[in-house]
Design a binder for this molecule. Structure first.
Ligand code: ADA
Length: 552
């Protein structure tokens, strides 16, 4: 299972048997492994950093697409010993197309989760880079042409919902061919056009359409529609692609963020994809349980800190009307790390794959980049600009933002539509004893830099607690201390009308690199309001009460 619904009726797709031959390159472990899985689930490999290979032999023939939803963090794909794909970044999908004669073929994936010069985004950090094929692997049989993506952009013109629909098609054959491209919404055909593709040509077809009597997508009523594109050759369906979409519009009016014209107050959580010993490869039922807990706490949003998330999780957010800040990959980079020559190319690839694949999710309401990077330096600013320009070139329908910790020295607020700041008053040192003072200083800096009339989000706020550690003096790391701090932080933030939302740091405790910073207790970032097993800390009910009180 790799999406919540079938994305092809015509294209033949199959998930391969999940048991693979597996071997670490240093000989530490040889045996079987399930796919998807983070290899840390194998007891011998709980701390393994390095390379490992996955091998499987299968009967295949013709035009084959090998689809990977996430390999951590570097993947080299070989078919019958021939290298067919190199991919970097654990958190974005990619594919390799191959032509195979009828028969048995060996698929081999070499994955690497070690840090080094070639890995600019996965570095030692305050979260853990688990290893291996962490998200689903799928095989597709392609015909003479394929639909690579549909991008659906809804917008309202007067009282009518319209949408720009962009379809990318690619020829897979050696001669020029005529096709028809058909589009349907919830089974109703709304467009058919003739197209011609030269050999191996890729083309994008764009059109705008009106849709009568459709129901708006909202948090209360997350109504989804099924869009299907079909390519016909000689009257026969040759390929198809299906996705879910919603009719909703995100706009900014001064300091407000609007969903379908109505201001929203974000009350959300930052969530790492981490589930105790399962690591970053989280089964669907556990994702669903996270969302149930998030809803129970009264939250309406999630920030996918600090990387693009599993598509099934995004599908669930769509279904449940939970709004998403989806973030490309990068956390806490100083200038030196941003100067790694791989940093910009790898960041651009990550953004491209994130937007190309996740464009249609109605739950995604903004794109984020570069959490706590060098946004206080001229070179850093150039990097922010380059990445924001990339987003604009792919999607101008969603606002852009970045979580900054540079407080009043940030020089990038003008580049983004939403100003977002990580504020840890009462826990870290920026105004250690006064939450409102921290908020006001940011507002002043926004005004002074000409950005005073923009939405302002507190992208992180929180405090640490070790599950089960109770202390009547509310000492540091006790559940009491975390609950008290969160109560003050949330109340001060939500009382302020200039703050259009906040994301608590964080939903669940998550593993970190042991050597990161000065080390964290239990090698976990313990600021979750549930621990790594999703056991509720005292703060859970405190958050629930406050979110309940401020819910509009
Ligand atoms: C930062 C950072 C998070 C996490 C947090 C913390 O704001 O964005 O990834 O490290 O601090 O817990 O200190």
């Amino acid at each position: 299972m790799y999406r919540l619904f079938k994305i092809h009726n015509i294209r033949k797709t199959y998930e391969v048997d999940c048991l693979w031959d597996f071997e670490t390159s240093d000989g530490l472990y040889k045996g079987k492994i399930t796919v998807p899985t983070a290899w840390e689930t194998i007891p011998e490999l709980v701390n393994y950093k390095g390379k490992a290979t996955y091998t499987k032999t299968m009967k295949l023939s013709g035009n084959i697409r090998l689809v990977f939803k996430g390999v951590s963090h570097t993947a080299d794909v070989f078919v019958d010993g021939v290298h067919v794909k190199h991919h970097y970044n654990a958190f974005t999908p990619f594919y390799a197309d191959v032509f195979l004669e009828k028969g048995e073929h060996e698929i081999k994936i070499e994955a690497d989760n070690a840090y080094g010069e070639n890995s600019a985004l996965h570095v030692e950090n305050d979260y853990y880079t688990f290893g291996g094929i962490i998200r689903p692997f799928i095989i597709e049989e392609l015909g003479c042409a394929v639909i690579n993506y549909i991008h659906f952009t809804p917008f309202k013109l007067g009282d009518t919902w319209r949408a720009r629909v962009e379809v990318c098609v690619e020829s897979k054959c050696e001669s020029s061919c005529e096709y028809s491209l058909g589009l349907e919404l919830d089974g109703e055909k709304f467009h058919l056009e003739k197209i011609t593709l030269s050999p191996f040509e890729k083309k994008i077809y764009t059109n705008e359409f009106s849709f009568e009597n459709v129901t708006e997508y909202s948090m209360e009523n997350p109504k989804l529609y099924t869009i299907a594109a079909t390519l016909y050759a000689n009257g026969e369906a040759a390929d198809d692609l299906i996705d879910k979409v919603g009719f909703r519009e995100i706009e900014i009016r001064g300091k407000e963020l609007l969903l379908n014209g109505k201001p929203i107050k974000i009350m959300g959580f930052n969530r790492h994809e981490c589930y105790n010993s399962l690591g970053s490869s989280i089964p669907l039922q556990a994702m669903m349980r996270d969302l149930a807990l998030i809803k129970e706490a009264g939250a309406n949003s999630i920030r996918t800190c600090h990387y693009p998330n599993d598509e099934m999780f995004l599908d669930l957010c769509d279904e449940m009307g939970i709004l998403v800040w989806e973030e490309s990959h990068a956390r806490g980079f100083d200038l030196k790390k941003m100067e790694n020559p791989n940093f910009i190319p790898q960041s651009l690839d990550c953004i491209e794959e994130m937007i190309e694949n996740h464009y249609n999710h109605p739950s995604i309401i903004m794109w984020g980049i570069l959490n706590e990077c060098a946004s206080d330096t001229p070179f850093g600013r150039e990097c922010y600009k380059t990445l924001y320009d990339k987003i604009d070139s792919m999607d101008s329908s969603r606002p852009k933002t970045s979580a900054s910790n540079k407080n009043t020295t940030d020089i990038c607020f003008d580049l983004e539509e939403i100003v977002s700041v990580n504020l840890y008053s009462l826990w870290y040192s920026f105004h250690p004893d006064n939450v409102s003072k921290g908020i006001n200083d940011i507002k002043d800096h926004m005004k002074e830099t000409g950005n005073g009339n923009k939405p302002f989000i507190i992208s992180e706020i929180g405090a640490g607690a070790i599950y089960g550690y109770r202390n009547e003096n509310s000492c540091k790391w006790s559940e009491e201390r975390q609950a008290e701090i969160l109560e003050k932080q949330l109340t001060a933030s939500l009382e302020d009308d200039d703050v259009c939302g906040l994301f608590i740091w964080q939903f669940c405790d998550a593993r970190v690199d042991e050597s990161w910073f000065y080390g964290r207790p239990g090698s976990n970032n313990n600021k979750g309001i549930v621990d790594e097993f999703r056991r509720k800390k005292l703060a859970f009910n405190v958050v629930k009460n406050i979110f309940g009180k401020y819910k509009k």
